[in-house]
Design a protein around this ligand. Sequence first.
Ligand code: TIU
Length: 221
Amino acid sequence: MKIDAQPFAYEFELPHAALVLIDMQRDFIEPGGFGETLGNDVSLLEAIVPATQAVLAAWRAAGGLVVHTREAHRPDLSDCPPAKRDRGNPSLRIGDVGPMGRILVAGEPGNQIIDALAPIDGELVIDKPGKGMFYATGLHETLRSRGITHLLFGGVTTEVCVQTSMREANDRGYEGLLLEDCTESYFPRFKAAAIEMIRAQGAIVGWTAPSAALHAALAAG
Ligand code: TIU
């Protein structure tokens, strides 16, 4: 399949590709979670849900592998470095009890993927303690064992967990593409800058394309 992408066409074979949705969890998208405790307006992020839902439906219909990630820490916070918990001046810190349970802790209501994008049987759900999806998750081994070489990304936030994951993927030899209307930041100028820097210098990190280009490629088969 070939996607009309920037800086040039992105080619992949469906059996060797995965759709990766980064951290579409209530902590970042709904009020009362980690995103809001950091001082952000979370309503910006909701806007990408319909486009992301449409991509997920089309990808599932085509039979492609789906990977969902969650930024999640163990209840004892043994995988949360003090530097991460102490950074900034949030109203609630990681592990504190908020309106959706303990902030960024696995198993809590706020840590679940939003209902609109809920994982189904056969999809991978990866809890990651870092911003990148490969650090301390074993995901590289899992993807390699399934023969996955191409990763199509959506999720939040563009310049934090999505970009970090794309860079980690790039260094591990994956060909990555970011779906521009399926990712968002609390800072629109950071999203725009991240998209530009990913595809700069001849796809130094990877490709970017609107989801319409993926739909067109899937329809063409
Ligand atoms: N704060 C922010 O923009 N993002 C994060 O903390 N995590 C993710 O991007 N998932």
